[in-house]
Structure formats: structure tokens, C-alpha cells
Design a protein. Structure first.
Length: 139
């Protein structure tokens, strides 16, 4: 699949405690994928509740962009909760991409320990990184 023929029904879940980052990421995604559903959460607990309500079919074309450094519940905690609920992979091959201000080698290495994590990207999210995520998800 090429970037020119991506599915029209992309579903994004954004999880980041920084509301400014959420706004910027949502705007960037809306500019590129105007027909997509973008749901954002500044509280990871609320994001998990939302994800847990999804049926298997709802996970198709699902992309979760997850920040690591959040105060009460970290991105690692989110991944551990998802792994506990769904096992090593999310239904319908939904993908998690870490989008973090941290680019520490140990964080990047640790992210590879989660099969559901398809990639690690440094903030800010730009159109080139979005293209890389789409290529990775749908190739």
C-alpha cells in the first residue's frame, strides 16, 4: 500500500498530558487526514477506558500515539495495561507508536520489548514522521 491509497477510515488515539502537544498533533493529523477520527486524551486512564470499550472490528486502522513521560500514569504503564488486557498484540493489528520528547537510548530499547509498539518517534510530530508512520502501518 502506498501513501496515495491509504484507507479513508483511519482512527487515531492520542495520549499526551500536554494539551498544547495534543492540539498540535491533532491539527497536523487533521490537515493530512481530514476524514479520519481523532480522539485525544490528556489523562491516560481515560484513554485506556476508551480503548477497552472498542470492539475487535473498531481496532482496524487504529493508530495510537502515546507519550511516555506523564505524571500519574506513564506511557510504560499504559503499555503494560494494554499488554495485560490484550496480550502481545492489539486486535486487528492496531499499532502503537511512541511519540515522546525523550530520545534516550534506553527508552528506545525498552520500547522494542513491546510487540504492539511499531515505532518510536521524537516530538514534535511533523508530516514526514506521519508519512513514516503510515508507511510502517500499511506496508
Amino acid at each position: 500500500m502506498t501513501l496515495s491509497n491509504l484507507p479513508k477510515n483511519l482512527n487515531f488515539v492520542l495520549i499526551d498530558d500536554d494539551v498544547i502537544q495534543l492540539f498540535l498533533i491533532k491539527k497536523t493529523l487533521n490537515d493530512k487526514f481530514s476524514q479520519s477520527t481523532i480522539t485525544s486524551f490528556s489523562m491516560p486512564e481515560a484513554a485506556l477506558e476508551h480503548i477497552y470499550t472498542l470492539k475487535d472490528g473498531d481496532f482496524e486502522n487504529q493508530i495510537i500515539l502515546l507519550d511516555l513521560n506523564m505524571p500519574a500514569m506513564t506511557g510504560w504503564d499504559v503499555l503494560d495495561n494494554l499488554k495485560q488486557k490484550y496480550g502481545n498484540n492489539l486486535p486487528s493489528n492496531a499499532r502503537v507508536y511512541i511519540l515522546s520528547s525523550s530520545d534516550l537510548p534506553e527508552d528506545i530499547k525498552k520500547s522494542t520489548e513491546y510487540d504492539m509498539v511499531a515505532g518510536f518517534y521524537s516530538k514534535p510530530l511533523d508530516k514526514l514522521k506521519i508519512d513514516e508512520i503510515m508507511e510502517s502501518t500499511f506496508s
